[in-house]
Design a protein around this ligand. Structure first.
Ligand code: 9MG
Length: 277
């Protein structure tokens, strides 16, 4: 398995949704040739990872049948692996999809359920030794935005991570393969998303594991910026990217690779000149 290079700079994970209904780019890359052209563009723009997904996880989304998800993602994984030197992440909570994608070259499993929806998932991850993104979600994509409530979002998400890391290790997953993700927009109100981002270094301090944040063009950015739609949320996304890069986030999952990478590189350049206090 290829190793991810953590610590030099925040890595960029480019989103490749092979779905008809994702919130921003749904339907744009549903055909194999369109998906491959998009992957090539993101690689040229400097993506470190391509995250390939065949089921939308936007609020209210319905699950996609297993065979349909396999048919959507596997040809794309196979071609991306064969043609580009880039890490491939498979965005799925289904162990069968993960296993087939890994056999074709995926080296990261991006599980929005944090090992919670499919009991076979830990075995597959441990069997192949891939990285696993453990994302926090409250509920399921179908019901997660129905009145989510937290007494203390930071400690609840942290306790969830502690429990899922323990489960992962019990089931044979190496700790150094775990990447944590607070799950921006997954069962969270505006204040929860802002609190998680504002304190993102808390999780780094508590667990010492790499962190991934996916905020790209999400609705909380529209909420802060007078209700603007997804296609106008680039600047808001870049502000979050700058904040996350400054605070040591290891991977950012984004739609706009070129723009986000430029922000990250600029932040890293400035960071190198910081005096230690
Ligand atoms: C699939 N997907 C959509 N949003 C995401 C996020 O914030 N993190 C991860 N890991 N995956 C996501």
């Amino acid at each position: 398995m290829k190793k991810l290079k953590f610590g030099e700079r925040t890595l960029i994970m480019g989103i490749l949704n092979v779905t008809p209904d994702s919130f921003y780019d749904g339907g744009r890359y549903a055909r194999l040739d369109e998906a491959l052209r998009r992957a090539e563009q993101m690689v040229k723009e400097g993506a470190d990872i391509i995250d390939i997904g065949g089921e939308s996880t936007r609020p209210g989304a319905e699950p996609v049948p297993l065979q349909e998800e396999l048919d959507r993602v596997l040809p794309v994984v196979e071609k991306v692996a064969a043609n580009f030197d880039v890490h491939i992440s498979i965005d799925t909570y289904k162990s069968k999809v993960a296993e087939e994608a890994i056999k074709l070259g995926a080296d990261i499993v991006n599980d929005i359920s944090g090992l919670g929806f499919d009991p076979q998932m830990p075995e597959i991850v441990s069997k192949y030794g891939t990285y696993i993104v453990i994302m926090h979600i409250k509920g399921t994509p179908k019901d997660m935005q129905r009145n989510p409530h937290y007494e203390d979002v930071l400690s609840e998400v942290g306790d969830y991570f502690a429990e899922r890391i323990r489960l992962a290790e019990l089931r044979g997953i190496q700790r150094d393969k775990v990447i944590l993700d607070p799950g921006i927009g997954f069962g969270k109100l505006l204040e929860h998303n802002l609190e998680l981002i504002a304190n993102v270094d808390h999780f780094k301090k508590r667990f010492g594991l790499p962190l991934l944040v996916g905020a790209s063009r999400k609705s909380f950015i529209g909420m802060v910026l007078d209700g603007i739609p997804p296609n106008e949320r680039l600047e808001g996304t870049l502000a979050v990217t700058a904040f996350c890069a400054l605070h040591g986030v290891d991977i950012l999952r984004v739609h706009d690779v070129k723009e986000n990478l430029r922000v990250v590189r600029m932040i890293e350049a400035v960071k190198r000149w910081r005096r230690s206090s």
